[in-house]
Write a protein that binds this ligand. Structure first.
Ligand code: LLP
Length: 432
């Protein structure tokens, strides 16, 4: 067994009370499976931290981690907010019947069309990222003769210890208004002077897959300090402090993260204490977790096919998916754990193997080194914690089809995204 807790029945991996091998046979592979109860549990863990600390809050699911009609419907059932970053995510949320007043719209280059779509659909709050956007939005609000809530995204000047591609809070970042050089203050003045913009609060996001509490506490304190500064200078105090997401999860044995809700507890306590010290009213605290809500709930199932033994070096075991359904190993050197779903309790062999994808790139390796039981073609490999930024970043590279997605809960399975068909691949193609 590896470090993940998993249930087995008849030597098969069970997901949410359903036999994963049966799922692989019923829907085909590669297949993405979500254990929905895990999603709901993590949301409720986050919520109880706020309840226990007696603060106003919102849990806003960062839907870029996995956006689909069914995901948005779950967030609606759980009474969560969501964060969207494109017209496509707004469109999908609308299709899902998600209440638009619970939507925060992020992005460092929202187009005029996207902003207009957000305003016309009464999105809850637009997260302003730069001066160009303030101008664009102002014009749209004038044209439509309407108003909107806004927040300012600031760059907190904090470097989180995570993969370079996952850092966002350092001063040298493409996101948000710089604080030191007073860009944020200038943005605030513009917004406060625009009667069509209701300034709700400030936002900071320091990065993703972070394991240390420290950076979050520093960012939280920075937001309170900025509030105190603005209160003094402009008589304005933000009602909402949004501390972003980024709480790290366990992918492999090397990771030993603290529970995501513990980060939030530290953040909430820091904001309470600092606000108290500064004589400020306690703001509402919003968080935007993506990965920690959806990541651990996801499993990728693959069927094992060919094998190549490189004498005295390594055995390559190839599955029927790869970088097209999970680019994270190739892009971030991300590590994953897996089991043979149809031999879940068998003893692993002593020689480690390498799990390769089927894409035409040497870098398409899903797992560099893993000890599995005796492998035969047709075995089903289940990778853990693939729920965040897996399907969400899927591509049609090599014109492979995007997998199907199935939700399981209480022993029931439900197809929520169909597997693509060859016809889908050429749907947009035109003759020349
Ligand atoms: N809020 C903002 C403004 C963000 O930019 C992000 C993530 C989140 C919240 C959610 O962060 P999370 O809780 O999921 O860590 N593709 C990369 C991750 C990119 C994260 C982008 N922003 C990966 O696969 O590691």
């Amino acid at each position: 067994k590896n470090d993940f807790d998993y249930e087995t029945k008849n030597n098969h991996l069970m997901i949410g009370g359903v036999d994963s091998v049966e799922l692989a046979h019923k829907y085909g592979t590669p297949l993405v499976v979500y254990d929905v109860s895990k999603i709901r549990e993590q949301i409720s863990h986050f919520k109880s931290v706020f309840e226990d600390n007696h603060v106003d809050y919102e849990v806003s699911y960062a839907s870029k981690a996995f956006a689909s009609v069914a995901t948005y419907q779950i967030m609606k059932q759980e009474n969560c907010h969501i964060d969207v970053v494109s017209g496509g995510e707004i469109y999908t949320a609308l299709k899902a019947g998600f209440p638009m007043d619970k939507v925060s719209f992020h992005g460092n280059n929202k187009s005029a069309e996207e902003l207009k779509m957000a305003v016309e659909n009464h999105v809850g709050v637009i997260m302003l990222d730069n001066f160009h956007e303030i101008e664009l939005l102002s014009k749209i609000l004038n044209d439509l003769d309407t108003q909107t809530n806004v927040m300012l995204r600031i760059t907190p000047g904090i470097s989180a210890h995570t993969h370079e591609y996952d850092q966002t809070g350092q001063v040298d970042s493409k996101f948000g208004f710089d604080v030191e050089s007073k860009q944020a203050e200038k943005a605030l003045e513009i917004v406060l002077n625009n009667p069509r913009m209701n300034m709700l609060g400030i936002h900071a996001h320091i990065g993703s897959q972070i394991f240390e509490v420290n950076g979050f506490v520093m960012a939280a304190e920075k937001l309170v300090d900025l509030s105190a500064d603005w209160h003094q200078k402009f008589g304005y105090q933000p009602e909402v402090l949004n501390v972003g997401g980024g709480f790290g999860i366990k992918y492999s044995e090397e990771d030993d993260p603290i529970a995501p809700e513990k980060f939030v507890d530290a953040i909430v306590k820091a904001i309470k204490q600092r606000s108290n010290q500064k004589g400020l009213n306690l703001p509402a605290i919003w968080i935007e977790p993506g990965r920690s809500i959806i990541g651990p709930a996801g499993y990728n199932l693959y069927t094992i096919g060919s094998r190549k033994d490189v004498p005295e070096i390594k055995s390559y075991i190839t599955v029927d998916g790869g970088m097209g359904d999970n680019i994270r190993p190739a892009l971030y050197q991300a590590k994953y754990e897996a089991v043979l779903a149809n031999k879940a309790n068998d003893e692993p062999e002593s020689n480690a193997v390498r799990i390769a994808g089927k894409y035409c790139e040497s870098g398409d390796i899903l797992i560099q080194n893993i000890n599995l039981p005796h492998i035969e073609p047709g075995d089903v490999l289940a990778m853990f914690a693939t729920g965040a930024y897996g399907y969400a970043m899927a591509s049609n590279y090599n014109l492979n089809l995007k997998p199907a997605v199935v939700f399981v809960e209480n022993g029931q399975d439900k197809l929520v995204i169909k597997r693509q068909s060859y016809e889908d691949l050429v749907r947009l193609d035109l003759e020349y």
